[in-house]
Design a protein around this ligand. Structure first.
Ligand SMILES: NC(=O)c1ccc[n+]([C@@H]2O[C@H](COP(=O)([O-])OP(=O)(O)OC[C@H]3O[C@@H](n4cnc5c(N)ncnc54)[C@H](O)[C@@H]3O)[C@@H](O)[C@H]2O)c1
Length: 346
C-alpha cells in the first residue's frame, strides 16, 4: 500500500505531540510533517524521541504566512492535513481578542487555500487528493444547562473570543465542502488532558502548584463543569475520522467524563497526597474571582461518531487522571524546561 504523508500543524503543542507519537507508534508506513510556528505553547523537546525517526520531519512555519505553507506543499505530497495549529487559550483570547481572532482565522483560510490547490491538482489522478481535518472545540456551542448536550446540529453560540474564532473557522471549513466538494471534516472535542500539556492549562498547573506547595487557584466556587477527554482517545478519533469520516461531516468527540472543576482539583490533590507527599492538602485551594466568558458548562453528545464510525472513549477519568498525575510527577524537569523562558508565571 502507498505510504501516506500527514501534515500536522501545531504538532509541537499538546495534542499535536500526542497525535504524532500515537501515529508513529501505531503505523510503520507513514510520513509525518510537523508544521509549527513554535509559539509560547510549543515545546520542541516533546518530540525528542522521534526527532531522528526518518518518517518524521519538523518545519518551522507560521500558518499566517501563506508562502511558508506553499513551500511545504511544494516539497511534499500531502495526503492528510490535521489542523491543530491555533491559539488555544481562552484567557489569552480575552486579554488580546483582536490578534487572537485574526491569527486563528487567517491561519485556517491560508491552510485551506493551499490544501485546496493541492487537492484539485490530484483529485483527477488515482489519488483522491488531500483530506482536511479541522480540530475544533465543544466551546463553539456555548454554555449549556444541566440537562443539555450539544449535537453536531446544535446552534453555534460561542461566548468568548477563542470560541468565536473556532466557530468562525468551522463555518469557513464547512464552506469549502459545500462550495467545492473538498473532502473536509471537523472534530469538536471536549477538554483534553494527558501528558505534554503546557502549564497554563488547569490540570498540569494544579499538579505543578500542589507538588510545590503553592496556592492552587480556583475560579469562583469551582462549580463550572467540563467534560474530560483523555488525549489518546482523541488521537484515535482523529485517526478514524481521517480515514473513515464522511466528507463534509462534523463529529463531536466527548469523553463522557463531566466534572466540576473543584472536584478535578480535589482529585488531583488526593492522588498527590497518596503518591507524593502526605502533606499536600486541600488547604492549598484558594478561590478567586470568576473570569467572564469562561462558560459554566460544556457537554457533548457523541452518539454520531459512535454510531457511524464505532468510536467511544476508552479511558475513564479516574484512570486517566492517575496516569496523567503520575506522568507530570515523573517529568518535573519537562515542566520546568517547557516553561524555561518564563513564558508563564507560576
Ligand atoms: N487542549 C484541549 O483541551 C482542546 C480542546 C478542544 C479543541 N482543542 C483544539 O485543538 C488544537 C490543539 O490544541 P492544543 O491544546 O494542542 O494547543 P497548544 O496550545 O498546546 O498547541 C498549539 C500549537 O499550535 C502552534 N501554533 C499556534 N499558532 C500557529 C500558527 N499561526 N502557525 C503555526 N503553528 C501555530 C503552537 O506553536 C503550538 O505548538 C487547537 O486548535 C485547539 O483549539 C484543544
Amino acid at each position: 500500500m502507498e505510504k501516506k504523508t500527514y501534515l500536522v500543524t501545531g504538532g509541537t503543542g499538546f495534542i499535536g505531540t500526542n497525535f504524532i507519537i500515537y501515529m508513529l507508534t501505531n503505523y510503520k508506513d507513514i510520513n509525518i510533517i510537523n508544521l509549527d510556528a513554535l509559539t509560547y505553547a510549543a515545546n520542541l523537546e516533546n518530540l525528542k524521541e522521534v526527532e531522528k525517526d526518518s518518517r518524521y520531519k519538523f518545519v518551522k512555519a507560521n500558518l499566517c504566512n501563506i508562502k511558508e505553507i506553499e513551500d511545504v506543499f511544494k516539497e511534499n505530497e500531502i495526503d492528510y492535513v490535521v489542523n491543530l495549529g491555533s491559539g488555544s487559550s481562552v484567557l489569552k483570547s480575552i486579554k488580546d481578542p483582536s490578534n487572537f481572532i485574526m491569527s486563528n482565522i487567517k491561519s485556517v483560510v491560508n491552510l485551506l487555500t493551499v490544501s485546496k490547490k493541492a487537492w484539485e491538482k490530484e483529485k483527477g489522478k488515482f489519488k483522491k487528493g488531500v483530506r482536511f481535518l479541522q480540530v475544533s472545540t465543544n466551546e463553539v456551542y456555548g454554555c449549556l444547562k444541566d440537562y443539555e448536550y450539544s449535537l453536531e446540529t446544535s446552534a453555534l453560540k460561542p461566548n468568548n473570543p477563542y470560541a468565536a474564532s473556532k466557530a468562525s473557522t468551522d463555518l469557513i471549513v464547512k464552506a469549502y465542502y459545500e462550495s467545492f466538494n473538498m473532502p473536509v471534516n471537523i472534530i469538536r472535542c471536549s477538554n483534553n488532558y494527558g501528558p505534554y500539556q503546557f502549564l497554563e492549562k488547569l490540570i498540569p498547573l494544579i499538579i505543578f502548584k500542589a507538588i510545590n506547595f503553592k496556592k492552587v487557584f480556583v475560579y469562583g466556587s469551582g462549580k463550572y463543569v467540563r467534560d474530560w477527554l483523555y488525549v489518546k482517545d482523541h488521537c484515535r478519533a482523529i485517526d478514524l475520522v481521517l480515514k473513515k469520516g464522511k466528507p463534509g461531516e462534523v463529529y463531536n468527540v466527548g469523553g463522557h467524563n463531566e466534572k466540576f472543576n473543584i472536584d478535578v482539583v480535589k482529585t488531583i490533590i488526593k492522588i498527590l497526597r497518596e503518591t507524593v507527599n502526605e502533606k499536600i492538602s486541600e488547604d492549598l485551594i484558594t478561590h478567586i474571582e470568576d473570569v467572564r466568558g469562561c462558560g459554566e458548562r460544556y457537554a457533548l453528545n457523541s452518539d454520531k461518531i459512535k454510531k457511524d464510525l464505532g468510536w467511544e472513549p476508552q479511558v475513564k477519568f479516574e484512570e486517566g487522571i492517575k496516569k496523567t498525575v503520575d506522568w507530570y510527577v515523573k517529568n518535573r524537569e519537562w515542566i520546568l524546561n517547557a516553561n524555561f523562558k518564563n513564558k508563564f508565571k507560576i
